[in-house]
Design a protein around this ligand. Structure first.
Ligand code: AMP
Length: 392
């Protein structure tokens, strides 16, 4: 059965098609700058990769070209072979604790929740509608980044603000990256050979979050009402004293919208270093003796250590820790910096084993009290699995 896993941004469409239940990747690709000048797409089939510049007026055009490419590359003969299309949705609020079929009611709810993730949820709806038009017979499903975190208890999801903000406005922690944390936890459980485990999963990419997972169930996560909570990220500040916000708004006469932009797009590694949001550039800056890059890296690492330490106590110990996503899978230095900061837990880094990128691997020595792994994440396969199950 052919299942399409889709992630729509406001000007992008990332996809992977699987043969299920074998979980074989048939084709993947990315449409970029949709609705803008210079739009193009890239297709990847095994070792074959090609890009084309085309006018992508909107997401519907992108889906039409995607279908043409599927036919041209003999992935499908007829449209009816695509049985399911699974969409990644950033914000599902407290309505959705699992993947569901994208009925009109469900789409209306996603729209209602767009106040919490305006760009993401609106873009996803555009994608859902476009896919429904172009591939009308497929079962459309929606897979929520927040769903895995719905098991978190009020003691961990509430903020100490007037309780009515929660009852009347649904202000609470929702988290994000849930599909990734769930995948990483399932890999760790497979590696450990049991499911009664205490795990700390670190999804550290341009967005970054840490989760505490007991027996496969999420008990806490570092992102909050929005993704701008917890860790320092590429351009997001993460946890800060809220008074900084009101103080600076008054001092510099900054509007709420502008403050949102500053805290989400001009802060984090970029804000501190003044150089870049990309940890590769930060590492290069460090090698050239840039003091602000040194400071940015120290702050970035310290925050991850703080959250791991906090979750170690919340879980009452930990059976395994995992690093994932762009930085977690690729930054040899950041993993070492974090593990060295965790030596008090009896963690002993294996410097040689850690010298890899993008591989599932144990990176601590055999006498380490807690094993630490690199686990490359795979949100697409989780979307495909849930969609396949709903198609059945
Ligand atoms: P993601 O959001 O998961 O795609 O992660 C993107 C981020 O991963 C980039 O902005 C970089 O900071 C980081 N990254 C990717 N490759 C490397 C690398 N080789 N070394 C260090 N950081 C990397």
């Amino acid at each position: 059965m052919k299942i399409l896993s889709v992630n729509c941004g406001s000007s992008s469409l990332k996809f992977k098609m699987y043969e299920m239940p074998e979980e074989k990747v048939l084709i993947s690709g990315l449409f970029e700058r949709i609705g803008e000048k210079g739009s193009e797409y890239t297709i990847k089939i095994d070792d074959l990769k090609y890009s084309k510049e085309v006018d992508l007026k909107n997401h519907k055009v992108a889906f039409e070209i995607l279908v043409e490419e599927l036919k041209k590359n003999a992935i499908i003969k007829n449209l009816s072979e695509i049985k399911g299309v699974g969409h990644r949705i950033v914000q599902g609020g407290d309505y959705f604790d699992k993947t569901v079929v994208a009925t009109d009611d469900v789409v209306a709810k996603i729209d209602e929740l767009a106040t919490l993730a305006p760009l993401h949820n609106k873009a996803a709806i555009t994608g859902i509608n476009a896919a429904k038009e172009v591939i009308p017979k497929a079962v459309e499903t929606v897979v929520f980044d927040t769903a895995f975190h719905q098991t978190i208890e009020p003691v961990n999801f509430l903020y100490a603000v007037p309780y009515e903000w929660y009852t009347d406005y649904k202000v609470r922690k929702y988290g994000a990256h849930g599909t990734s944390h769930k995948y990483i936890a399932s890999r760790l459980n497979a590696i450990l050979g049991r499911t009664n485990t205490k795990l700390i999963t670190c999804h550290i990419g341009s967005g970054a979050s840490v989760s505490a997972i007991r027996d496969g169930i999420c008990i806490d996560t570092s992102m909050g009402l929005t993704p701008n909570a917890g860790l320092i990220m590429g351009t997001r500040c993460g946890d800060i004293d809220t008074s900084v916000v009101t103080y600076m708004m008054r001092k510099k006469n900054i509007s709420a919208d502008d403050m949102d932009t500053i805290l989400n797009k001009q802060s984090g590694l970029l804000g501190i270093s003044g150089v870049s949001n990309d940890s590769r550039d930060i590492e290069e800056g460090i090698s050239k003796g840039n003091e602000r890059c040194v400071l940015a890296q120290k702050m970035y690492v310290q925050k991850i250590i703080d959250y791991i330490a906090m979750y170690y106590f919340e879980l009452g110990g930990v059976d395994a820790i995992a690093f994932s996503a762009g930085v977690g899978e690729n930054s040899i230095r950041t993993r070492i910096d974090i593990m060295e900061g965790l030596k008090v837990l009896g963690i002993v880094p294996d410097y040689e084993a850690n010298n890899v990128r993008g591989e599932e691997k144990l990176i601590t020595t055999s006498d380490s009290k807690v094993p630490v792994y690199i686990v490359p994440t795979d949100e697409e396969i989780m979307i495909a699995r849930d969609t396949y199950n709903l198609c059945n």
